[in-house]
Design a protein around this ligand. Structure first.
Ligand code: IVH
Length: 685
């Protein structure tokens, strides 16, 4: 809903000139923060709200001195809402003061010594750690069991998201004997870059909007109302601190980290004990270079006084400990100019706009293009050819346009519209390009569009699908352009000479490719289903379908209603699957695959009787599936499922808030599995 709250509500956008730029940025920063956090904030559209959040994030990235863990960019992740219960932290979750460079870090060390009234040459020992770019949460364990989990919020009050946090495999449901009776564990929820990239790829394939970066995606996932939605995202947790604790000795930060690891938490392995500030500074320097090599994002290092009694003596001011500091990395953003906006055609015919950029170095690599995703994103950014833009790279993530510097827009720059740019036609085959209601993308309707064909063959051959080793983009383009391949089956009909006749193909490579094609003929059912490239059917859905139908014939004949009953397949996906198999052309192409020798290697799951002779009892709630579904899976795997625990019970599966069955199992010494273990044993949700 667009209301009074537009950019003008909080002052004009300051112009960027060198002198005074920082002051103006500071003003803008303060204005946006105040506006977003104002209780009586006028209503603005989601897009405007997100744009403000992004601008704030960009300001924070270019001016790390503004960084504040209570900033809306870190605490909300999306529009603040009333949907979760508030959770008051027993001990406030502190934030950290920032150091911008090594000099600031040494100044911090000097301050520590002054406060302790130490000689300047007497070294303070520190623990240096990575500052994980995720979301801080607190986990409460009572009598060894996880009883509550909450976001940091503003440090005093967060949101209670226990069921969501329980879905994380790296958050233990129970602590081993010896852990304090009451203990609060603090740390960071984050997403690995590779997991993030894979998830976004799947979302793209399934026609869902992609996330800008792992942190936003983690934030969104944690604030899902349905824990099953959280469970689907690859979230992880690093523990780094304690809140309240009742019992246990933790004389140094080092001891805390060791204890956390011994209780089964992931503790980031890169922490180092530094005998003095020189060692801590060297640690920081080394990570400026090495951060790119990590599989998760960090935005600095944290340096903490190791000795607990010294920490206590130093205390805190305005919610920041005087014994710790965050040393921030230089920004990973750059400015560049949009030379052009191109339109590419994907496998499903979606027209994807791509910004062609004046090449620029950012975060250690040269970037010359950035995906603009769809027309909505172009409209949101209002990006135009000729614009100067701020781009950002976060780790391995595709570079993104953060915002346009409107002041630098050349006169006459026109708003960009995909249909206008392509004249309503697919830029590759010239067929009509349409935007269906409820969809964000324009799509080419051409059945024989070569761009779609190239992309769908590439998809079929990809590692996660049928896996034809060595068949890359260039080769696929050539065989499609030469008219040698019109469907996946054609790949298997080409001879050695056909392959050897292509550009940059020696005889040896042609032989290798033939061998790879031969090897790919033995294909697992889920991979084949995925490789067909049915819209909305990503790897996970393909696996679900394979499990439910056990073979391709049954799936091909399944009706829409029956499909919608399977697992988490909704009506849109069911319609898409039915539509795909109802098409004669698609059926013919599948038949051809079997004619050229494709064989499905798939054992129906029912044949797997791994729990034969075992009796299971289920107690407590599971986050990944209903109790009925869990029961069904166990029975399919040969188990008996009973309602009560006895000495004959083989395993008790204990979900969230288990009842008396849990205690009985403990008393009788019956094996107990938590949800993580259960899912592992049955081979995934
Ligand atoms: S310690 C009393 N250690 O940074 C110190 N924080 O600016 C409390 N963070 O809200 C925090 N990695 O979200 C600490 N290794 C680490 C961290 C870390 C990331 C975040 C955390 C916190 C913010 C403080």
């Amino acid at each position: 809903m667009k209301g009074r709250g537009t950019r003008d509500n909080f002052g004009p956008c300051p112009r960027r000139t060198s002198a005074g730029a920082s002051l103006r940025s500071a003003t803008r920063f303060a204005n946006i923060t105040a506006f977003i956090t104002r209780e009586d904030r006028p209503r603005i559209s989601d897009a405007d709200y997100d744009a403000l959040l992004r601008e704030l994030k960009a300001l924070e990235d270019t001016h790390p001195e503004f960084d504040d863990p209570a900033s809306p960019t870190r605490t909300v992740g999306s529009r603040p809402s009333e949907k979760f219960e508030k959770y008051e932290h027993a001990l406030p979750m502190l934030s950290l003061g920032n150091a911008m460079n090594e000099e600031d870090l040494r100044e911090f060390d000097a301050r520590v010594k002054r406060q302790l009234e130490w000689e300047t040459d007497r070294p303070v020992a520190y623990v240096a750690e990575l500052k994980i770019d995720g979301l801080a949460v607190e986990l409460v364990y009572e009598n060894g069991r996880l009883t509550a989990g909450a976001t940091r919020g503003d440090g005093a009050v967060g949101e209670l998201i226990t069921p969501n946090l329980r879905t994380l495999k790296t958050i233990p449901a129970e602590l081993p004997h010896g852990a304090p009776k009451l203990v609060e564990v603090r740390g960071e929820v984050y997403m690995r870059k590779a997991d993030f990239a894979r998830m976004n790829e799947e979302r793209e394939q399934e026609g869902e909007p992609v996330f800008a970066n792992p942190r936003n995606s983690a934030a969104g996932a944690l604030r899902q109302l349905d824990p099953q939605m959280t469970a689907k995202r690859p979230l992880r947790f690093f523990a780094y601190a304690l809140g309240r604790k009742d019992g246990g000795e933790f004389p140094a930060h080092e001891t805390t980290l060791t204890a956390l690891a011994s209780w089964g938490f992931d503790v980031n392995p890169e922490w180092r004990l530094c005998p003095d500030i020189d060692a801590a500074a060297a640690y920081f320097r080394s990570w400026v270079e090495r951060r790119e090599g990590l599989d998760y994002e960090i935005d600095g290092v944290v340096v903490k006084v190791n000795d607990r009694s010294l920490q206590d003596r130093l205390g805190q001011v305005s919610r920041r400990p005087r014994w710790a500091v965050a040393v921030k990395f230089p920004a990973q953003q750059s400015e560049t100019v949009v030379r052009d906006i191109g339109v590419q055609v994907g496998r499903t015919g979606a027209l994807t706009p791509v910004a062609k950029l004046e090449p620029v170095r950012v975060g250690g690599v040269t970037v010359s293009s950035a995906s603009l995703h769809n027309q909505d994103e172009i409209d949101r950014l209002d990006v135009r050819v000729g614009d100067t833009v701020v781009i950002q790279r976060a780790g391995d993530v595709i570079p993104e346009v953060v915002r346009v510097i409107v002041e630098k827009r050349p006169k006459g720059a026109k708003a960009f519209s995909i249909p206008e740019a392509v004249g309503g036609k697919c830029p590759v085959c010239g067929s009509e390009a349409v935007r269906l209601p409820e969809e964000v993308a324009y799509r080419c309707v051409g059945i024989a569009c070569p761009a779609k064909l190239v992309e769908s063959i590439k998809h079929f051959a990809s590692k996660t699908a049928v896996n034809i080793d060595g068949l890359g983009d260039k080769l696929v383009r050539q065989v499609v352009e030469r008219g040698l391949v019109k469907s996946p089956a054609d790949l298997y009909r080409l001879t050695k000479d056909d392959w050897a006749g292509l550009e940059r193909m020696a005889e040896k490579s042609a032989e290798n490719l033939l061998a790879a094609l031969e090897a790919s003929k033995n294909v697992a059912l889920p991979k084949l289903i995925y490789g067909l490239g049915i819209r909305h059917v990503g790897e996970t859905t393909a696996r679900t379908l394979a499990q439910a139908y056990g073979g391709l014939d049954a799936l091909m004949d399944a009706g829409e209603e029956a499909l919608a009953e399977v697992g988490d397949i909704g009506p849109v996906v069911a319609r898409s699957i039915r539509g795909f198999f109802a098409d004669d052309e698609n059926r013919r192409k599948i038949r051809e695959l079997f004619d050229v020798g494709l064989r499905i290697m798939w054992e129906a799951p029912a044949k797997d009787q791994r729990f034969e002779g075992k009796t299971f009892v289920l107690t407590g709630g599971l986050s990944a599936m209903s109790r009925d579904a869990a029961k069904e899976r166990l029975v399919m795997l040969g188990a008996k499922v009973s309602g009560s625990v006895s000495k004959k019970t083989s395993v008790v599966v204990a979900g969230a808030d288990p009842g008396s069955k849990y205690d009985k199992a403990r008393d009788l010494g019956v094996e107990i599995w938590d949800e993580e273990r259960f899912l592992k044993e049955i081979g995934g949700p």
